[in-house]
Design a protein around this ligand. Structure first.
Ligand SMILES: Nc1ncnc2c1ncn2[C@@H]1O[C@H](COP(=O)(O)OP(=O)(O)OP(=O)(O)O)[C@@H](O)[C@H]1O
Length: 250
């Protein structure tokens, strides 16, 4: 587990046509075991913020702290999932999940049961020996989620992990993710375009402005866990979604 802190973080990309300021003066904290989502218009720097947190992109200004230590390089202890997290077609489902272990040079035997348990959590245990070509898009994303979690990361960074899926599959995966998070209580940061998904999963939702991205609001979602699908019809839930949505009405 870990806490995160963003302190006046800024990012300017330098490209041929000139500087592009993606983020400006972003400051907020994420507590140990908290689930925080980031919503904002396209291009406001959400992915950039996650990449800087993972140490994949250097920041231009400010500081990002993981457990009070500045991020200075790639954070291998984190679990990162992106929209098009690919599975390797020639490896079975189980071996795709265990890829994370192999690439970290950890002992496969120590993690195989955990990999199977994670697959069971998302109803994929009977597909452990199947190959990606035999799976639907939603099933592949479930496997990718297991792969993100198998090495017991201290932090989950999820960048639109369900972006390319149809609405029903997405709903199911959101429920799966909520369940997995409740079981592990990892510190999690989710970037999503879906305000409803953000409200459903999160303890707090960070609302960002258009580029350069700055923080407009941080909304605490005061709905107890576990949250069943019916929560989405409650007046309280609808009010959260509506009030956050107002930031993006032109
Ligand atoms: N490697 C890069 N080089 C130059 N500019 C970049 C690079 N990556 C991102 N940008 C620019 O930084 C800004 C923020 O991009 P980013 O992908 O972080 O936004 P986002 O909020 O995640 O967008 P979306 O919601 O569309 O995925 C954009 O204007 C983008 O063009």
């Amino acid at each position: 587990m870990a806490s995160l802190a963003f302190r006046s973080v800024g990012k300017t990309y330098r490209i041929q046509s000139g500087p592009v300021q993606a983020l400006q003066d972003v400051s907020f904290d994420i507590a140990d075991g908290e689930f925080v989502s980031i919503v904002g218009p396209s291009g406001c720097g959400k992915s950039t913020l996650l990449k800087m947190c993972a140490g994949l992109v250097p920041r231009s200004d400010g500081d990002i702290l993981v457990d009070d230590r500045s991020v200075t390089g790639v954070q291998t202890q984190m679990g990162v999932a992106f929209q098009d997290s690919l599975l390797l077609e020639w490896r079975s489902v189980l071996r795709n999940v265990l890829l994370q272990i192999e690439s970290r040079k950890l002992r496969i035997e120590d993690y195989e049961q955990r990999a199977r348990d994670l697959l069971e959590t998302v109803g994929m245990e009977s597909f452990a020996d199947a190959y990606p070509g035999q799976l639907s898009g939603g099933m592949k994303q479930r496997v990718a989620l297991c792969r993100t979690l198998v090495h017991d990361p201290s932090v989950l960074l999820l960048d639109e992990p369900f972006g390319a899926l149809d609405a029903m599959t997405r709903d199911q995966l959101v429920l799966d993710l909520g369940k997995m998070w409740l079981e592990t209580r990892k510190t999690a940061v989710l970037v999503t375009h879906s305000i409803s998904e953000a409200v459903f999963l999160s303890d707090r939702v960070v609302v960002m402005s258009g580029r350069p991205g700055t923080i407009l609001d941080i909304v605490s979602i005061d709905i107890p866990h576990p949250r069943g699908i019916a929560v989405r019809e409650s007046p309280q839930f609808v009010e959260y979604v509506t009030s956050i949505g107002r930031y993006f009405q032109s």
